[in-house]
Design a protein around this ligand. Structure first.
Ligand SMILES: CC(=O)[C@@H](O)[C@H](O)COP(=O)(O)O
Ligand SMILES: NCC(=O)COP(=O)(O)O
Length: 255
């Protein structure tokens, strides 16, 4: 029985547990356990658990997804490449949400958003297949009008804007430019009736400006939280991020 009371958040936090698995896999141990991380994150205020089953299985493994799915008391947001192997797997597991992402084997992390314009037919087909299983589909895209338009036309109800360029900005002027791109992207998404999420590369001192954007529903954050947990503990790291995001949103609403 679950004693976790669902509370409505002013902005949702999806905790990405990929790099709990990265740490586990580094030594071939069974710890740290991604399932335990997911359950403790939920207790600490996570609104969703995000995990990316990469084609090379470098962190999350098939068995993690299978084990974690029925145990969650919030929801699972499974990040997946647009391949028949991954989409079939997602259809079998039936997470509440699937976020379709681009993948390149040799990349260190997800570089850039899914090119929905170029792969419109493949993306539309994957969306239909997932939706037939009752899964809500999100597309991980750059804050680009053409991509947002294509996402809406492909039938995705949700987009997640890639904040990597904002996070990697080399100076303040560039960061402002990238922030404005995200802000504009959010407006474009909302205009088309989409739920707009964001994520990638967000951390404790750059998340505020993104969380303050009033129409963003959810942020997905992983690497920075796993890293911070080394010093403050996993649940404190989750709570701290949620508190920072909530304060930034409330602040943003007052402006
Ligand atoms: C899609 C995305 O931005 C993240 O989930 C990212 O994939 C995290 O995992 P990696 O660090 O393996 O890219
Ligand atoms: N979709 C983005 C995500 O899940 C988290 O990315 P990161 O915080 O690990 O960079």
């Amino acid at each position: 029985m679950s004693f976790l009371q669902p509370q409505s958040s002013i902005i949702d936090l999806g905790i990405n547990i990929d790099h709990v698995a990265t740490l586990r896999n580094a030594r071939g141990t069974v710890y740290p356990d991604p399932l335990q991380a997911a359950l403790l994150a939920e207790e600490a205020g996570a609104d969703a658990i995000t995990l990316h089953l990469r084609e090379d299985r470098r962190h999350i493994k098939d068995a993690d997804v299978e084990l974690i799915r029925p145990q969650l008391r919030t929801r699972m947001n499974l990040e997946s490449a647009v391949t028949s192997e991954m989409v079939d797997f997602a259809c079998r597991i039936k997470p509440q949400d699937v976020c379709l992402v681009p993948e390149r084997r040799e990349e260190v992390t997800t570089e850039g958003g899914l090119d929905v314009v170029k792969y419109f037919s493949e993306v539309s087909t994957a969306i239909k297949q997932l939706q037939a299983e009752g899964i809500r589909v999100s597309l991980f895209i750059d804050a680009d009008v053409a991509q947002i338009q294509a996402a809406a036309e492909a039938g995705a109800p949700v987009i997640e804007l890639h904040t990597g360029r904002y996070a990697d900005a080399h100076d303040e002027a560039d960061q402002q430019t990238q922030l404005q791109r995200v802000q504009q992207g959010v407006l474009e998404g909302v205009k088309r009736g989409l739920k707009v999420n964001a994520g990638h590369g967000l951390h404790y001192t750059n998340v505020q400006a993104i969380a303050a954007i009033r129409d963003i529903t959810e942020l997905n954050i992983g690497h920075a939280i796993v890293a911070h947990a080394v010093f403050v503990g996993w649940q404190n790291a989750v709570r701290e991020m949620k508190a920072i995001m909530t304060a930034a949103r409330l602040n943003g609403l007052q402006k």
